[in-house]
Design a protein around this ligand. Structure first.
Ligand SMILES: Nc1ncnc2c1ncn2[C@@H]1O[C@H](COP(=O)(O)OP(=O)(O)OP(=O)(O)O)[C@@H](O)[C@H]1O
Ligand SMILES: [Mg+2]
Length: 269
């Protein structure tokens, strides 16, 4: 069964950047195949990965709704299976599927449930499923997340970002979202050193601090130039920090029991 990793957090904190860097790390490690899921209705993971897509799950859901009169039971299931497979963008080491936004009106319950099944069945064919989520709490309250092995709650280096991360974790708990491991990733930290106030905020949460990702000029340059994560040098601070985090989490290394708050310069822990 695939290991499922999802990235969540407040708007603009770096969720998509972190997701793309994680996919890149897994591909480089040949920890493949990977299913990359863009679950943000404003899809843009594909841009950071440098790929295009044609169809979205939202679009498929809409056509299933239109075809509802004609298709019954297995026929509908097969129709969805086929269309979802067609929507997969195949790349070296990973396939990308874009959820898109729900289109049109009407009751989506049936199609939504069937599609969740389709994606869950699809997920069984992969070693990892990596999900880039929409900003904020709504998707958590809608319970659109699959069962997760790792939930990365990303914050920027701000009090509000850390507090939002905490609220997301609390909501996921309240909703009974099945998450095996969850932790906090503080991104865009100047020189990779958490300011004392942010440290305090992190300590006030019950979240484990999984990673401190430095503010990285290579990431900024990538974005300014409309480039992809492949254009970020291997030894860049953000890429290196994601590498350390993934290595620690996914290797057999014993799990850390307490947040590590002493952060050396350069983004290590
Ligand atoms: N470590 C970093 N160093 C410098 N810039 C960064 C870093 N991480 C992200 N950024 C920049 O922050 C901006 C937001 O990043 P990104 O799109 O990944 O955030 P997001 O959380 O996915 O946003 P949204 O909520 O809109 O989906 C981008 O311009 C990105 O280049
Ligand atoms: Mg994003």
């Amino acid at each position: 069964m695939a290991q499922t990793l999802a990235v969540t957090g407040k708007g603009g904190v770096g969720k998509t950047t972190c997701t793309a860097l994680m996919i890149q790390w897994l591909v480089a490690r040949q920890s493949t195949p990977i299913l990359a899921v863009d679950a943000d209705s404003n899809a843009n993971l594909h841009e950071l990965l440098g790929v295009n897509y044609q169809a979205t799950v939202g679009g498929i859901r809409e056509s299933a709704r239109k075809e509802a009169q004609r298709l019954f039971g297995m026929a509908k299931q097969e129709f969805l299976d086929l269309r979802v497979h067609e929507a997969l963008v195949e790349q070296r080491g990973y396939d990308l599927i874009v959820m898109g936004r729900p289109e049109g009106q009407g009751c989506y319950c049936f199609a939504n449930n069937v599609l969740r099944d389709v994606i869950q069945r699809l997920a069984g064919k992969y070693q990892h499923v990596v999900v880039d989520s929409e900003a904020g709490l709504e998707h958590v309250s809608r319970r659109t997340l699959l069962t997760l092995d790792y939930l990365f709650i990303v914050s920027d280096c701000s009090v509000r970002g850390v507090r939002t991360a905490r609220r997301i974790a609390d909501l996921a708990d309240e909703m009974g979202t099945p998450v095996k491991h969850r932790g906090l990733v503080v991104n865009r930290v100047p020189q990779g050193v958490l300011p004392p106030k942010i440290r305090e905020e992190v300590e006030a949460t019950d979240l484990r601090l999984w990673s401190v990702i430095p503010e990285d000029p290579h990431v900024a340059a990538m974005d300014a130039g409309g480039k992809t994560v492949c254009d970020i040098p291997e030894d860049s601070a953000a890429r290196a920090a994601i590498g350390v985090l993934m290595e620690e989490l996914l290797s057999a290394a014993p799990k850390r029991e307490k947040p590590t708050l002493a952060v050396p310069a350069g983004g290590g822990r």
